[in-house]
Design a protein around this ligand. Sequence first.
Ligand code: PAF
Length: 275
Amino acid sequence: MQLATSIEELRAWRRGAPPTLGFVPTMGALHEGHLDLARFARSQNAAVVASVFVNPLQFGEGEDLARYPRDLAGDREKLAATGVDLLFAPEAQEIYPHGFSTTIDVGSVGEGYEGALRPGHFRGVATVVGKLLHLVAPHRLYVGQKDAQQSAVLRKLVRDLAYDCTVTIVPTVRETDGLAMSSRNIYLDERERHAAPSLHRMLRRFLELVKTGEPLEIARTKASTVLEAPGALDYLACVDAESFEPLQALRSNAFVIAAARFGRTRLLDNLWFPQ
Ligand code: PAF
């Protein structure tokens, strides 16, 4: 696996023009969920690029940018083992040179839920992924379902700006107790880690209830009792999978989504309801 840390090196590699190119953007601290994306991309494309870039633009004030886990040496080894061809791992000034001011805002799909709780977050995500897509020019982009709103934001970005690539959403990889894999899980202490899988159980209960026609508010009240202390609920909702508009009743192509705080760590999870 080749390593590129500059745009120039990435462009030089890209001039080799593989007939199909898959792209897996990450912020590093890779776990099985990321590696699953890389392996899936590997199975569908002649070549695969992964990026490791902790994007300062998507962190708000007081968020965990400084303490976000970083392990480039470990990430390199893991990505090489999945068959990734090129790792793009730039420094912040390569992506955001002095005076950088152009941003991408995808509008309402990024305004509720995570967008409301983390103002500017999705502008940061859309801006960096927009720039990476422009540089890597992949045929297929791979993102995880765990960050469902992010995947809706990125689908909108690709559609609106007519990037010549498809977006593949890869199902969430879970620990054996149901906890969705996330780079932030390492922040959890023993008590928080023990309670964290209840987020997934709460979502399953919520989906079961709304499927049987239980009114949403009642389903939310009943299901939220499944969340174990010290979990503190931020939201539990049913949304349209494309627009992320809240739904008043379950219908096809919806997500049930939830976020909760376990100490200083916020965890997200969701279930997709296809029909
Ligand atoms: O999901 C992530 O790791 C990040 O939000 C992404 C898509 C790599 C953009 O920085």
